[in-house]
Design a protein around this ligand. Structure first.
Ligand code: FAD
Length: 318
């Protein structure tokens, strides 16, 4: 079922959903099932599965020369989605990224998703490869989420890359995109970034999932700005509990977000990681209560495939 229909059917009640990472290469799918087993009690209408572009590793040969090898650490997104849908009867939302795909490969991936009965996709540009300072598009692929979105929207109209539109079956993907309440880190300013978000919605995105944030006011302001500017699709807040002190540095650095002083002070005073989990968990519970009061359609948790801290939070809200 489409995410927009799950939200419609909930009739204003806030739903809970989760994002999982594919296991690292060489690990089995059991870790996904274990996580799912723990989260199913919250009746998630959908589960997101992230997509990871190739990185590089360097292999040293006997002659001392280094060979650069393209290597994907976490493959399996599409297969995990299919396995989740088959085993748990829950909709799975694969993340679809520009990086690492030519347009033909994207088309083939979308055909696979369509044949598997996957109704939703989260369309993203993707992160830069480790070692690249900026995002480098794949030759013959897309540079921005807008370009990728256009390809999915084209297929929803029956327009494939090389086939006759009259003879091609339309796909029916419900398309989601990313939104940044605190601005995407590359954008020169908030309004420019917002203009691209509006463009994505005008091009056919039916829901937005936000980058994580730790100040509910940022989400509220973002939603208000969207509504004032003609963006009326559901805006799903992305949430992640703080679990280590180190995240006070890494999260702002990686995700370009602001951690409120009250929270960073409280975390700084913690003696152990268990204390941090307690403080981070309590903060997120309060955030979630505010979001539910504000009418957030879904609370979407970035579990990083470690469901424990998320579970403790959702137990207090469900
Ligand atoms: P875009 O919308 O393409 O925006 C990128 C930048 O370019 C922004 O600064 C924007 O303002 C600007 N821009 C947008 N369109 C245009 C245009 N047409 N012309 C010029 N400038 C433009 N990464 C992964 O690799 N795998 C994942 O599974 C994944 N999941 C994510 C899930 C969520 C909910 C979020 C919020 C992020 C996720 N990411 C993931 C990270 C994401 O790929 C990065 O944040 C990336 O840097 C930007 O992706 P985007 O889709 O927002 O890009």
């Amino acid at each position: 079922m489409k995410i927009v229909d799950h939200i419609k059917n909930a009739k204003g009640k806030t739903l809970f959903s989760f994002e999982l990472l594919p296991p690292a290469k060489g690990q089995g799918i059991q870790s996904i099932f274990k996580t799912m087993d723990e989260l199913m009690e919250f009746k998630p209408p959908f589960i997101d599965v992230t997509y990871h572009r190739e990185d590089y590793l360097y292999k040293q040969h006997d002659n001392g020369l280094l060979e650069r090898v393209a290597y994907r650490k976490r493959p399996g997104t599409v297969a995990i989605c299919a396995a989740i849908m088959s085993k748990y009867k829950v909709d799975a939302v694969p993340h679809l990224i520009c990086g690492g795909f030519t347009k033909e490969e994207t088309e083939n991936a979308l055909i696979d998703l369509n044949f598997l009965g996957i109704d939703n996709v989260l369309v993203l540009r993707g992160d830069a490869r480790k070692g690249d300072s900026d995002f480098i598009p794949t030759p013959g692929g897309h540079a921005y989420a807008t370009d990728l979105l256009q390809q999915v929207a084209d297929m929803n109209r029956g327009q494939y890359l090389h086939e006759d539109i009259e003879l091609s079956e339309k796909t029916n993907f419900c398309i989601g995109v990313a939104g940044y309440p605190e601005k995407h880190f590359e954008a020169p300013n908030f309004n420019t970034d917002f203009k691209w978000l509006k463009k994505k919605v005008d091009m056919g995105a039916e829901f937005i999932v936000t980058q994580m944030f730790y100040n509910v006011e940022k989400y509220k302001e973002f939603v208000t700005k969207c509504r004032d500017n003609g963006i009326h699709v559901p805006i799903i807040p992305g949430l992640k509990p703080l679990t280590t002190k180190k995240q006070l540095i890494t999260l702002p650095k990686i995700f370009h977000l602001d951690i409120p002083e009250e929270l960073s002070d409280a975390v700084s005073e913690c003696k152990t990681n268990a204390d941090v989990r307690q403080v981070g968990g309590e903060w997120l519970v309060e955030q979630c209560k505010e979001l539910i009061k504000f009418g957030a359609p879904v609370l979407h948790f970035y579990t990083m495939s470690n469901p424990g801290p998320t579970k403790k939070i959702v137990e207090k809200l469900f």
